[in-house]
Ligand binder design. Structure first.
Ligand code: ADP
Ligand code: ADP
Ligand code: ADP
Length: 213
């Protein structure tokens, strides 16, 4: 299975990914996680990406297409993958199609995490993440067993630098202008399934499982 998750920041893509990954797919490719790791490691890619990310704007198509192209070549990604946070522009979607066509494959499903903007500020400002695993918590909705610490490793959780009400505004603007057209692009191909992303996490999981199987 080759699945894409689309939705605004805070809609729950990262929360649902591990579940789909374990059930159906072999690899989870989240461009945001890859970019943050590059920023933290101060690689040339990270240095180029940091400014746009801090402002809540999209990183250039060439940079993200490059990292996805590289990541999809991994042996573990040959049988299927979940793309989380990519493609975010129609140009990225077209590039992805080209890459898949060369391999004789295509996207099976696009899950559209639909949720009202008004719910996202609370989700984003309450988000705590375990950087090395990508596990996500929420102070109110998914609290860790010990505040500030990852349940599995006991390591510290962090708040992302761009998870502020202020930067969220730019990220939402980018989402509506640049990423919503991506959903239309895939609607035309007949592969979109809508997910009621405002529901509690377990209910969202049930919906995701239904649309994926
Ligand atoms: P969220 O999960 O909250 O929507 P991400 O972690 O996916 O956010 O992305 C964080 C930031 O990384 C984005 O605001 C953007 O700057 C950059 N980014 C991630 N994926 C892409 C992409 N496909 N194209 C351009 N920029 C991206
Ligand atoms: P995305 O990857 O789409 O940006 P996340 O999965 O990181 O979103 O979720 C954003 C925040 O909201 C996290 O703190 C997460 O714990 C919480 N969250 C995720 N799904 C739900 C849900 N269905 N109901 C309430 N809170 C949720
Ligand atoms: P700055 O350069 O502004 O001091 P950092 O380079 O330390 O910031 O990190 C930038 C942002 O990315 C911070 O919000 C930090 O919490 C987050 N971050 C750092 N390392 C990672 C990682 N490996 N995965 C996810 N997020 C990370």
């Amino acid at each position: 299975k080759r699945v894409i998750l689309v939705g605004p920041p805070g809609s729950g893509k990262g929360t649902q990914s591990p579940i789909i990954k374990d059930e159906y797919c072999l690899c989870h490719l989240a461009t945001g996680d890859m970019l943050r790791a590059a920023v933290a490691a101060k690689t040339p890619l990270g240095i180029k990406a940091k400014e746009a990310m801090d402002k809540g704007q999209l990183v250039s198509d060439d940079l993200v297409v490059g990292i996805i192209d590289e990541a999809m070549k991994k042996p573990s990604c040959q049988k299927g993958f979940i793309l989380d946070g990519f493609p975010r522009t129609v140009a990225q979607a077209e590039k992805l199609d080209e890459m898949l066509q060369k391999q004789g494959t295509k996207i099976d499903k696009v899950l559209n995490f639909a949720i009202d903007d008004s719910l996202l500020e609370e989700r984003i400002t309450g988000r705590w993440v375990h950087p090395s695993s990508g596990r996500t918590y929420h102070t109110k909705y998914e609290p860790p067993k010990v505040p500030g610490l990852d349940d599995v490793t006991g390591e510290p959780l962090i708040q992302r630098k761009d998870d502020t009400a202020e930067v969220l505004k730019s990220r939402l603007q980018a989402f509506h202008r640049q990423t919503e057209p991506v959903v239309d692009y895939y609607v035309k191909k007949g592969v979109v399934a809508n997910v009621h992303a405002e529901k509690p996490p377990k209910e969202v999981t049930t919906e995701v499982q239904k649309t994926c199987s």
